[in-house]
Design a protein around this ligand. Structure first.
Ligand code: AKG
Length: 341
C-alpha cells in the first residue's frame, strides 16, 4: 500500500468519493477481502465545537501529525459471514496505529462523559443500575435536523421549528472531531449515520453485557460501525438462542479488538447475534487500560433519540447526569465543574 505524509485532519477530512465500490477478492483463510478507497484531501484547522447542550467547548481534531499516514482504511476488511446470520466486515485496522493513538488521547481529553444511573423493574422489584463504563452520545434521528444557526433541531421535512416538548431529552449536534470521522466512515462503508455513541472503558473492570442493537428505531438489519481506540479488549459474539440452534452456532466467538480496528456490523447480525465486552482481570495493556469505543448508527424515529440520550447522558429531568472530563494530571475522569473546568 502506498504511503505519503498527511495530517490527522486530512486523514479524517470528508473524502471526495461518494461510495466505495466493494470488490470482493478471496484471502488466504477462505474469507473475502475488499479494496480500500482512494486517499483523502487536506483541510484547514477548525474552531472548537460549541452548543448550549455541551458542558464545555469540544476541540476539533489536532491540525497536524508529523508521521506519515497511509490512506484509510489501513487494511482491507475481512468478511466474517461463515457462521449463520453473521455479516461483519472486520477492518484490522481501519485507522493506522499512530493515528489511532493520537485520536484516542484527543477524544478522551475532549469529550464530556457520563456514568449514567437508571432503574429497571423485574416483576415488582425496582433495581437501580449504574452503567459499568463511561458513555456519551451526539446526534439526532432522521425526522429532525440541526441547522447551522439554530441551537434547536427543526423538522427534517419542513425545516420548521419543532413544537415544544417534541423531545424529552436535549439532543446534541455531533461535534466536528466526531463528525469528520463519521463522514469518513460513511464514505468508506457506503452507510449513512446520524448518531455517534461513545463508550470509555477506564479499566478491565468496565464492560458491556451481552446485548444486540436490534431496537425497532434502527429499522430492520441496521448497519453499525464500531471503532476501537486505546487498549485492546475482547469482543464476544454469540448467536441468539433459537429452538433449532446447532451447537456450533451457540458457541461464542471472540474477536480481539485492538486500537484502530473497526467492525462494520450489518445484515442479520443484530437480529440474530448478541455481543459484549466482558470484564477483564489483570492488566489490560496499552494506554493505561483505557479504551474508547465509537459506534456510528442511524436512528429512524424520535424513540431512538430519546433512548440514546436516556441511557448515555441521563434522563434529562434535572439537565442530565453530572458530566465527567479527563484530567491529565490525575490520569482519570473527574466530575466537571464550570469553575475548575
Ligand atoms: O465497546 C464495544 O466494542 C461495544 C459497544 C457496544 O456494543 C455498544 O455500544 O452497543
Amino acid at each position: 500500500m502506498s504511503k505519503r505524509p498527511r495530517t490527522l485532519d486530512a486523514f479524517f477530512a470528508p473524502p471526495p468519493a461518494k461510495k466505495q465500490h466493494i470488490d470482493p477478492t478471496p484471502s488466504e483463510d477462505g474469507n473475502t477481502t475488499t479494496k480500500p478507497p482512494a486517499a483523502l484531501p487536506e483541510t484547514e484547522e477548525q474552531p472548537p465545537s460549541t452548543h448550549p447542550t455541551y458542558p464545555f467547548p469540544i476541540p476539533h481534531l489536532p491540525p497536524s501529525l508529523t508521521d506519515s499516514l497511509p490512506s484509510a482504511p489501513a487494511a482491507s476488511p475481512q468478511i466474517l459471514n461463515n457462521p449463520p446470520d453473521l455479516d461483519i466486515l472486520y477492518y484490522k485496522p481501519y485507522i493506522p496505529a499512530p493515528t489511532a493513538k493520537t485520536l484516542f488521547h484527543h477524544l478522551r481529553r475532549s469529550l464530556p462523559f457520563y456514568r449514567v444511573k437508571y432503574s429497571i423493574k423485574r416483576g415488582t422489584l425496582e433495581t437501580s443500575v449504574t452503567t459499568p463504563r463511561f458513555t456519551t452520545v451526539f446526534g439526532l434521528d432522521s425526522t429532525a435536523v440541526f441547522t447551522p444557526n439554530d441551537d434547536k433541531p427543526v423538522d427534517a421535512r419542513t425545516g420548521k421549528p419543532l413544537p415544544a416538548g417534541s423531545y424529552r431529552c436535549r439532543p446534541r449536534p455531533i461535534p466536528s472531531c466526531l463528525a469528520s470521522l463519521l463522514t469518513h466512515t460513511e464514505r468508506t462503508t457506503g452507510a449513512n449515520f446520524n448518531f455517534a455513541l461513545v463508550n470509555y472503558y477506564a479499566s478491565g473492570n468496565d464492560s458491556i453485557a451481552f446485548h444486540s442493537d436490534s431496537e425497532s428505531f434502527l429499522g430492520p438489519n441496521p448497519t453499525i460501525a464500531s471503532i476501537t481506540l486505546g487498549s485492546p479488549r475482547d469482543f464476544l459474539l454469540k448467536h441468539k438462542p433459537t429452538p433449532s440452534n446447532h451447537p456450533s452456532e451457540t458457541k461464542a466467538m471472540k474477536l480481539p479488538l485492538a486500537s484502530g480496528d473497526m467492525l462494520l456490523m450489518q445484515g442479520r447480525t443484530q437480529s440474530h447475534w448478541l455481543h459484549s465486552i466482558p470484564k477483564r482481570k489483570g492488566p489490560v495493556g496499552g494506554d493505561g487500560g483505557g479504551r474508547i469505543n465509537i459506534t456510528f448508527r442511524r436512528a429512524l424515529s424520535r424513540a431512538g433519540t430519546e433512548n440514546y440520550y436516556r441511557y448515555n447522558v441521563g434522563d434529562g429531568s434535572g439537565g442530565g447526569e453530572e458530566a465527567y472530563k479527563w484530567d491529565d494530571a490525575r490520569r482519570e475522569m473527574v466530575p466537571w465543574k464550570p469553575s475548575g473546568g
